[in-house]
Design a protein around this ligand. Sequence first.
Ligand code: G6P
Ligand code: FE2
Length: 205
Amino acid sequence: MSLAVDPERGRLLGAEQRYAKSFGDLAGLYADRTAFEALLASRRDEIAYEVTAYVPGDRVNDLIVGVTRMVPGRVGREFFMTRGHIHARADRPEIYHGQSGHGLMLMESPAGEIRIAKIGPGSLCYVPPFWIHRSVNIGDTDLVMLFAYPADSGQDYGIIERSGGMRVRIMADGRGGWTQEPNPHWRPRSAAEIARIHAGPEAAA
Ligand SMILES: O=P(O)(O)OC[C@H]1O[C@H](O)[C@H](O)[C@@H](O)[C@@H]1O
Ligand SMILES: [Fe+2]
């Protein structure tokens, strides 16, 4: 199987699966609701980010590999980002390989520890098992990343909603750079929820 990464168009050529998120799909993500409404007024149906992926199967022995392309911009002071998730099988890891543009991988452990990895052309980011992850475009061009993860990982978006967002937000610092700011709406996860995440979906069923 041979595929080609197109870093300019932000596509995995030859991959059959594609999905896109428009700005209208991202309600509730950003801190500045007024700025988000203003963005929707002119750009509701525009693509915020898109994924092309090669999906060879749905079991742990396969790898899903794909390319994410995120457009640049901000909602108020907050840089454009993906919804973010933990893997539904939370013990599954993921790698990201920067292709073009400049971004961050914002990672949060169930206990609320934060790690931020810079992603630029050629950089490799390893997201360990059990870490929530969200990509942020801090540049002024498209951010394009290759990713790979075990094919049975799945995505759980509820973990971020239940905690009132991720613990920090990535904001413009007013000097052309970025800064992390605490999210005042973030609620710590209970010991029971952290234990459920580590026990895995089979234990819950
Ligand atoms: O799934 P989201 O949090 O919206 O992020 C968009 C995409 O980001 C990365 O590329 C992941 O590998 C994809 O699996 C994910 O779908
Ligand atoms: Fe993931």
